[in-house]
Design a protein around this ligand. Sequence first.
Ligand code: CUA
Length: 156
Amino acid sequence: MHIHKFEKIWLIFGIGMLVIFLTTVGIGAFAMGHQPASNIQTIDPEKVNETAPFDEPGVKQISNNKYEVVIVTSAFMFTPNQITVPKGAEVTFIVATTDVVHGFSIAGTNVNMMVEPGYISRYTQTFNDTGEYLILCNEYCGAGHHLMNARIEVVE
Ligand code: CUA
């Protein structure tokens, strides 16, 4: 097959630009040590329910004032969907998804994570006020997206 000289030049130019672009993006994303802060740990997305700590979701007391809250997201729920933590405690949310991308945001706080298949999302939060907080999915995940929520009770 005969390729016209100019076509060839443009083809090489195009590929060259693509390589430069991908290299730049690659360096920008990885070489500088940048990674999404909440996405450092990975998990087999097919085996979330069998993989610790997600095989036993719920609230765990780690030390005197430290708690871990393990939550599994799936269309269209948080498991568990009702948790209780003490006011003033350091609470680390550890979240994974069994299916698609979900969101994990707690209304009235800075907690706002993306939960992506294959990754474990973490966020540590201290609740200084008692009361009920709403966990919402803020990534569109399908027909039941708007129904996907859970509650946190912060007690004295
Ligand atoms: Cu889960 Cu939207």
